[in-house]
Structures are given as C-alpha cells and as structure tokens.
Design a protein around this ligand. Sequence first.
Ligand SMILES: Cc1cc2nc3c(=O)[nH]c(=O)nc-3n(C[C@H](O)[C@H](O)[C@H](O)COP(=O)(O)OP(=O)(O)OC[C@H]3O[C@@H](n4cnc5c(N)ncnc54)[C@H](O)[C@@H]3O)c2cc1C
Ligand code: FES
Ligand code: FES
Length: 1327
Amino acid sequence: MPCPPKSDDLVFFVNGRKVIERNVDPEVTLLSFLRKNLRLTGTKYACGRGGCGACTVMVSKRDPLSAKIRHFSITACLVPICSLYGAAVTTVEGVGSINTRLHPVQERIAKSHGTQCGFCTPGMVMSMYTLLRNHPQPSEEQLLEALGGNLCRCTGYRPILASGRTFCVICTELFAEDEFQPLDPTQELIFPPELLRMAEKPEKQTLIFRGERVTWISPGTLKDLLELKAKHPEAPLISGNTSLGPAMKSQGHFYPILLSPARISELSMVSKTSDGLTIGAGCSLAQVKDILAERVSELPEEKTQTYRALLKHLRSLAGQQIRNMASLGGHIISRHCYSDLNPILAVGNATLNLISEEGTRQIPLNEHFLAGLASVDLKPEEILESVYIPHSQKWEFVSAFRQAQCQQNALADVNAGMRVVLKEGTDTIKDLSIAYGGVGAATVSAQKSCQQLVGRPWNELMLEEACRLLLEEVSLPGWAPGGKVEFKRTLVVSFFFKFYLEVLQELKKLVKFMPDSHHYPEISDQFLSALEDFPITGSQGVQRYQRVDSHQSLQDPVGRPIMHLSGLKHATGEAIFCDDIPMVDRELFMVLVTSTRAHAKIISVDLSQALDLPGVIDVITAEDIPGTNGTEDDKLMAVDEVLCVGHIICAVVAETELQAKSATEKIKITYEDLEPVIITINDAIKHNSFLCPEKKLEQGNVEEAFEKVDQIVEGEVHVGGQEHFYMETQRVLVIPKAEDKELDIYVSTQDPAHVQKTVSSTLNIPINRITCHVKRVGGGFGGKVGRPAVFGAIAAVGAIKTGHPIRLVLDRKDDMLITGGRHPLFGKYKVGFMNNGRIKALDIECFVNGGCMLDDSELVTEFLILKLENAYKIRNLRFRGRACMTNLPSNTAFRGFGFPQGTLITESCITAVAAKCGLLPEKIREKNMYKTVDKTIYKQAFSPETLIRCWNECLDKSSFHSRRMQVEEFNKKNYWKKKGMAIIPMKFSVGFAATSYHQVTIAQNRSKLQNPTWKACFSDPPYSAAALVHIYTDGSVLVTHGGNELGQGIHTKMLQVASRELNIPMSSLHICETSTATVPNTIATAASIGSDVNGRAVQNACQILLKRLEPIIKKNPEGTWEDWIEAAFEQRISLSATGYFRGYKAFMDWEKGEGDPFPYYVYGAACSEVEVDCLTGAHKKIRTDIVMDACCSLNPAIDIGQVEGSFIQGMGLYTTEELKYSPEGVLYSRGPDEYKIPTIADVPEEFNVSLLPSSQTPPTIYSSKGLGESGMFLGSSVFFAITDAVAAARRERDTVEDFTVRSPATPEWVRMACADRFTEMTPTAKG
Ligand SMILES: Cc1cc2nc3c(=O)[nH]c(=O)nc-3n(C[C@H](O)[C@H](O)[C@H](O)COP(=O)(O)OP(=O)(O)OC[C@H]3O[C@@H](n4cnc5c(N)ncnc54)[C@H](O)[C@@H]3O)c2cc1C
Ligand code: FES
Ligand code: FES
C-alpha cells in the first residue's frame, strides 16, 4: 500500500495532561479515544447518538473574540477527535478521585443517594461540574438546563437534582449536608498555559489529519477555508457533527474529506445594528441563546418578538450538551424537517450571508431555501458565514410553538413559527407568515393561506377561515415523518388558535396605552388558559421514613440510610463495569448479524465477502456450536427459519469493532418469506397463534351475578410494551483459558448461573469449567435475566472456535432490536355493579404479546392473572389470560412482571363504574377494597390492614379531598387546561410464584426448564439462596452471596446484615463480586426478593461463624474482634462458612386455582395530580404522594430510591414510552431519539414519598420488604390523573364519556381524546 502523505500532530489536553496524537484517525470519536487509547473508562457508552448524556465530558477552549476561557459540556460519542485541536478535555477522572480528592459534585451526588447502578453517574457529574465551572452558585433553572440532556433509568432523578441543589440552596434531606466539603473554585484544573499561548497566537497554517479512509482538513484562515471549499465542493463543513455524525453512523453517509471551520474566528462574529442582529454561523446554539437573551434584555419588547420566539425553543431543543456542540450554521443547513429554529427564522425574515472565493451574497431563509430548491440554495463552493435576523416592529407579533412526546430533550412532533403584522392601530392583517416543522419532508410554509388572509381583520371569522385554509394547504396526505397524521393536523390548527389568542392578548396590552384606539375581540376568562405553556420546573419533595430505635447501637447499620457502597466509585468513574475491563491479550470483537425479515425461510447465507475483509477472523454460525443450540423452541442462532426481525443468524469476529461492523454489512442472506406474518395481538387471535394454554382463575358465579346487578359495563384496554432501556447495554467478555477447557466469563447479567449453564450445554463442557463473574450491572429491570445467556453462549462459541478472548458489546439499536421487553397487553372486561358502586362481578380476558418464543411469557401471564384483583374484594371473578405468539422478538421479564399491565385493566373498570354511577373513582375504590382478613382469588389468606393504612395515609398526606375540590374549581374556570387527580391503591405480591408441576406437558416443561425464571420456580424450594463468608487473619471479612448488584443496593444491604450479625463495622467488610465459583447454583436476582433471601443466607453464614467464635469471645469478653480472630486461627477454628436459606414454602395449583404462591405482600398507595393542555395534549405533573409499606426497611435511602425510580419508570410506561413497529415487524424506535424515557423535567413538581411506619411483620430478614418492583404500578396514578382531566374536558364539551383506555397516554392520545372544534376539522379525527 502506498504510504499516505504525512499527517499533522493532533495536540490537546486531557485532565491537565498533554496528548500528542500522531497519525490520528478522523473517524475516531473522543469517546472511543478516551476509553480505548487513554483507558479513561469513566466516560460511558450508552447510545452513541448524543441522546443520553452518559458520555458527557467538559471541553474548555479560549474564545478568540472575548479572549475568555469557555467551559462547555459535550457528548463524547459525537465528537470527532480531530475537532479537539487546542482544546482541554476534562473527564470524570480529572474532576476528582477517591484516592486523591473527591470533588464536591462527586461527593454530594453519592451522599445524596443520587446513584443506583451508577452508569449514568459520571455523565451527571460532568454536566453539573461544567455548570459549576461557569456558575459556582447556579440557579435552579440553570441546574435543570444543565441536566436536561442526561438520562437516568434508575433513580427517578429526584436525588440527583437534590444533590445539585445543594450548590444552589440550603436543604435537608436523606443526608447530612454539614458533612459536605465546600465548593472551592480555586481548586479546579486551570486551562493549560501551553494551550493559552497557542490560542493567543493562533497558527494560520492548515492542519491535515489523514486517516485510512478519511482526511480532516482544518484551515487557519477564512481565505484558506474558501479555497479548500472550492477545491473540494463535495466536502461537508463539520461543525458540531450532531447532524453529520448520526447520518454517517446510521445512514451510511460517507465523506472522504471533512473541512473543519473550527479555527475560523469570522464564523463566530456577532454584530448588532439598529435594525437587527447578525450571528456567525459557527456560533453554537448555546451561544446563540446567550446572545439573544442579552439582546432581549437590551431592546424594547416590540423589537424582540423573533428573538423571544427563538429563545423559547432554544430552551427545549435537545439537551445542553447538544446545544453546546451544534452550530447555528449546521442547524440551518441541515434543514431537518423537525428543525425548531428554521420555522421561526423563516417567518422572521432572516437572511443568510454566504461567502465563497467569488465573494459574498445574501439569500433569504424562506420556504424555497428550506425546501432545498437549487435556485435559492448555497452553491457547492459557498459556505454560510452568518445569519441576519431583523428586529420586529410595533404591530408585529411573532410566536413559536412545539409539541413533543415529552417536554425536554425530544424532537417535536410538530413545531411552528408564526408572525403577523397588523396595520397600525387596526386589526387588519398587513402581512402574515406561518411555517410548520414535522409535517413534511422539510419545513413547510403556509404561504398561500397567509396571502389569502392579508387584509382580513383579526377576528373569529378570520380564525375559522385560517384553519380551513391551513388544513387544505398543510395537507399531510396520509404520510408525515413519524406518522400521527390526525394529531399533527389537529396541532396545525390548534397552534394557530393559540397564536390567534396570543395576538389578541398582546393587542389588549397595546390598547391600554392608546385610549381611543380600535376595539379588539375580548378573550373570555375561560379561554385565557389556552395561552400559557407549561414551564420546565424542578422537583421538590419530602421523603419520610422511620428512624431506628434510639437504643440501637451506633455501629449497627441496619435500618439506617447508608450510602450505596459503590456510590463514590460511580461518581468518580472508578466503578468497573463489564466493558471497562481492559482489553485482554489477543482479544477479538464480535458483532451479531440478525434477520431483516419477520418470518422467513433462510435460503442461503454467503459469508465470503465478509471473510475477505481485513481484520475479519471468522463468522460464527449455528454449525459451529459443539453442544446444543438452545432449545427446539428457543434457538441461540437461527438455522433454517427466522421468526422475527432481529433473530440472531450469525456473528462476525474481527480484530476491531469497526471491522466487525463493516463485515456484517457484507454478509448476504437470502430469504423466502413465509406466511403468516403475525405482528399484533389481534393478528395472533385471528390466527389462533398462542405460546401456551390459557391461564384461568375463577371464584363465585360470574354469570349468575351479572344477572342480579343494576348495571353492566364492557370495555377494552390497550397497554403498549416497554423497552428496558438499562443504560448499560448487554455485554460480555469471554476469556478461554489454555488449560482444561476453562472459561472465564465477565458478563452483565442478573443470573450468572444461567449464563454458566447455557454456555456449558452450548459448548458441551461441564459446568465446573466455566466461571461467570459479575462485578456490577448497569441496570437490568428484568432484561438481563434470560438474554445474557444467549450472548454469553454465542461469544463462548466464538472464543472456543478462534481460541481468542471475545468481547461482545451490543450497541443501543441492536440491543433494542434483539432483546424484547415488556409484554404489550390487550384486555377486555365486563363488570357488573350496583348503582351505589359496589362491584358484584368482574370478568377479564387478556392477551399479552409474547413475541416469537416462550421465554417468560407463560409466567408473565400467570402473574398477571394471579395479581389482577389488585386491592379489591369482588365476590364473583373470572380472569383469563393467554400469551400470543407473534413474529416479534421474544418479550421477557420486566419489573413488575405483568402486574403493571394487567392491573391497568382492573383500575380502568373502577373508573368506568365510577362514570356510570356518577361517583368519584376514589369512592368506588374505597367501597370495593379489601377491608378485613380475607382470602385472595387463589385462596391465600392475608390481612389488608396495611393496605388500608397506606390508602388513608395517602389521602391524608396528599390532602386529597380539599385538592379534589380545588381541581374541580379550576376546571370550571378553564376551558383549555384541565386538571385531573387520581389515587390508586396497590397490593403487590413479592417473589416468583411457585407452581405445581403436574399441570404442564412434558414438551412445555422442557422449554420452561431452559427458561431462567422457571428454573427458579421449579428449583426446590423456589427461593433458596447461599452465601460464603470468609474472615481473614487481620479481622477483615469477605462476603460473597448469590445476588447481583444491579444498582438496587443489594451489596450495601448484605454488608449491613453481616455488620449487624458479626457486630463489626461495615468498614471491616467487603464484597468483591458475584461469582459462580464462590456461590454456585444461584437463582436470578429478580422479583424483589434478592436482598431478602440472600440476606438470610448471609445471616446464616455469619451466625455459623459467630457460633464457632463463641467460646473464644466468652473466654476473653474484653478482647477485640481482631484478638478473637487471631485466637480462632491459632486454635484452628475454620474462619470460613457457607450460609444457606432454603426458601419459603410456597405452591400454586392451577388446576384447582388455589395456592400460597407468594411469601408476602407489599402494599402502597399513590396520589397524583396533573394539568393537561387540551390544545396540544401536553401535561404537567403537579404533585405525587406515595405511601409505601416497607415494614422495617433495611436501608430507607435505598428503599426510597427503589420506590422513586420504579414510579418514574412506571410513569414512563404509562405516558411517554412508545414502541413503534412497521407493519412488517421492523422496530422503528431504536434509540433515545425515538423512544422517550422520562427525563429530569418529567418528575412531578412536588414528589413526596413516605415509608409507612411499623407495618405488619413479614417472615423476612429483619422484617424488611422487597420494594424493587411494586412502585412501577403506582406510576399509573399519573395515567389515571391524565384520563381524569381528559374526562373533565370531554364532559364539558358534551362528548361521550366513555373512551378506550390506551396506554401510554401520549400527547397524541390526550389531544385526540380532548375532542373539540379543532379535532372535528380534521376529517378522520376520532374522539
Ligand atoms: C441528540 C440530538 C437531539 C436533537 N434535538 C433537536 C431538537 O430538539 N430540535 C432541533 O431542531 N434539532 C435537534 N437536533 C438537531 C440539531 O439541532 C442539529 O443536528 C444541529 O443543529 C446541526 O448542527 P451541527 O453544527 O452539529 O452540524 P453538523 O453536523 O456539523 O453539519 C450539518 C450540515 O451542515 C453543514 N454546515 C455546517 N456549518 C456550515 C456552514 N457554516 N456553511 C455551510 N454548511 C455548513 C455541513 O456541511 C453539514 O452538511 C438534535 C440533534 C441531536 C444529535
Ligand atoms: S453515549 Fe453519548 S450521548 Fe449516549
Ligand atoms: S443510576 Fe442512573 S442509570 Fe442507573
């Protein structure tokens, strides 16, 4: 190969140390460089698309114009390494460390209990750290803004926000604030003097960085840039790379030459004139925001209409990191159909200043430019130098609108810029412009409508006519980006209505100062509610728990809010996750190849082209498996037939990830499509396609009861699926050893024993040769119970075949595509009741979408049926459930295991009954709730005393009744905004349901026994756990147990138990990892029982050891722990013990419909209040109060964290998280940009959690309860509050009261359910 011309050296600093990179590859991102080259693994990969913030780091640069150092956060996954020339990068490791000095941000996030799995924590730390570098005492608004681009799937954000708030205001919560170190800005790393010198005297020469495929050219002058652009007209200008980067990654766009304008100061110029503002195209959106804010503060209001409209969208456009990276020029030139700024710039008559070697020229940023018409576009050799935005004038009004799935960090479904100029002193339209985003392939201008409205007065008649014209012109003919056609059409007119009112309101203000002027239509008080958008606000709240008994020894940590053991390590980036393990000798990378068809025969697989590529070592197929390829029904790799898009077919093994990924594209698979292709539950019912027999429970006589009731209601409920979205995707590292066919497997799993067993059967080697290690897992939520075994086994086949260690790290889109999630549900109910609201009979039939394999679907169906009654005593019940087999990836375990979906049907029945009886839902709930000791539908006895206490406390703590009245008052006064409230009770059974064996067939048993959760159920007894405790001669103790640290704090709790039992401080105890070599044959860490059963095993081991030490202690009662251990060692007493817990007696006989399947119940209640914008479908969460029965909490900080985190995850399920499939079964939503989990702005404004003091004592470790899953369902209180508000709107508009319950209650659902004159204008709109 010819030697490429020499590349320049890339010089930048990381954490104060100079980095000189010779022969840098422009395709390398900062994230990859930090993790692989510098081994700084604190910065995490979670999405690779700039959408989650896990990879946040701080960049510092000297601003050439202000000569000041700018510190800003960025997402390292989108930053090309070459863009960092002359910059200083600070990563979480550079902020502080446990061994040197913790930074206050790191200390406070850990001590405020703001970390659970810790995978998001370094990103959170870096966002807060950057904020504090710029604003040592930030405002609450700045804090929210800084954290808006960081996702956390575990904590529910409240404690993270609380830790950040300690820098803003004084507050006392679950931590002692006086323990915190003060923030001392003088202690921060300084900007490297060498970089300062470089920046002060910038070199003008062009820098060139040549990679294998791509050359990066960074000119030092504008002249050189223009020359280069003329020479390479096809080369893009790479500014923030937030548009180019994702396109190159996922759409395969490739550019051999990239031109960087980063060093051209002319592109960052800002000039203010008397009639407008010119902003350099190279300014970041964050800088644009500051520039506009400054101008708004300087100018009279009438001149800043356009600037204020832009500012409104700049607050919610993406997260802070993206706004810091993305340039104004890149934003405009990208012309995304969802662009938030282009519609406003277009209506605001912005002009683009273009420059090339030929000179300068101006073009208007108008509909022609936005539509990409060649005649008004940039020439290939031109660049955008700056943008001129004129001031607005008196009698000119500009507004911006946007509606997205959630308030922050989400692309808009529809956005708009609107501007009107009225003839002075009149209501006559002189000029009107309207532009919409999200409604077509580009920003759409409603030019014709606007022209026709010129000359019309600004009144109701004009409004009617405008809506008609707009709907005609912005036609959305059955297609729009992201679908949602009716919703988008409704927003087109709803936004215009808001604009109409806003202008009237502004006119009213103007007229105040002009006594004899024109009269404008009045807005009725009720309609004023259309005007205000919901602000982004932070969450406040109180967490209540019971303090330990004052007599408890100070050393005894049980019951105290102890910080997560790994909290500080999470915050400093020192916590090691699976992919943070350094590259091992001769390691190779594996990438999976999956089916692109939902149901097809595999005709051929041609690997030849892939195998020819450089770096590719092998392609692993089912033929390479020495042992068994999974089970008949659940194969590890498809052989002849694929059953879903995402079905694993083979796996490429190559020297690097990039090589393996490129090779996957060269594998040619031919298919023959098979019929039927079943995607939905309805399809499955039609084709009688089920994974297992129907599950049924019945009590009383349902039919007879229906004959005797006053009323009967029937209805349907749809609950969408949910993606686990654990921040750490699935990953595994398999290291084959030279001796005895041994394998070490480092894997992110909730069930290492299952991985071990599956690898053993796949490789056909005994289990004792395989050791699985789990240090910690970056979130699991059920998604890492079963699937990691598949990835582990395939990687192990690769390792055995090639003889190399294999690393397999799923990227986010593959993880979302392959792994499946929560089962979507469709339920039908028939409920019979008396006019006083007493329910006499309930018949529910439900179907879950299990996907293409059994996995956990039968168990999920059983759980669902067992738990459907929730908190209600209904004498005559019939519950039936079936798992549908479809051509989607197999759905699997997910926090709550069917309960959050199923119980939504039960609670929907309650609201339906309430509506029919004219009573409030809470009255129906109260009337039908269990009141005394009773038996469940499966005849398990229980006392509902705690349930009632939770309910009453929740009513009381939330001041429910008085607030309910206020909500009604509000609703009377406001037509376009409605409030809603709901209080939901919960009875949640903890643990895996034990099931009697005899009911299922042999074939079913075979597949079930492969299934991890079933394995747990059939193991005898079902809840067994073991622990191993070693005491070393210095008195230090190593604890090992069968539970895995998923973020739920199990290791912290286990050390609390061991500390109490051995009566030694927690600092003398340590847990290293979970390993199949130390504790064998474990059950999955799932079903909320991990801490309980493993705690009992740890307790047992400690008690055995203490018993052995007893004679020594008796002999020397004044001795220290170390003395006793020394004596024991000398007396040859074993200082190692295995603890075991046999589990609870539990059984369920499905034939009889009877059993005692669960060890105990967790009770709770949640009350939520929301406000809904009927015109857009948006909602604001005003307040949530949760009362949860934790009995004697082992660690209230951790337990409250579990309640809050699961509540917010549940809220996501019921409000924003929506999986979208094509009719052919292709998953569209494959990343944080398309799939919206809650962000920090989604947490209720007031969020209170109370742990119920001293409730009933369950038969568990120190009478604690497992709270991992139950909070999930309480998120439905938000859903029912939303439907309550929607019902209020429908009542007022005289629309039929019943409407199909559909979860998630997205803005689309809410807007269309709030049927009104605007929904009626869109012909196909349904109420
Ligand atoms: C996670 C995420 C969330 C987002 N959310 C939103 C959102 O909510 N709303 C929204 O509107 N947008 C959103 N965006 C899009 C974002 O606004 C654009 O990607 C960004 O503004 C593009 O700017 P850039 O500097 O990164 O462009 P680049 O990716 O660097 O370049 C994009 C294009 O512009 C060209 N270009 C750049 N500068 C010039 C110039 N001076 N002259 C000529 N051509 C030039 C390049 O050649 C290239 O073709 C989001 C993006 C991400 C990654
Ligand atoms: S990994 Fe970079 S933003 Fe998600
Ligand atoms: S702690 Fe935030 S993702 Fe786990």
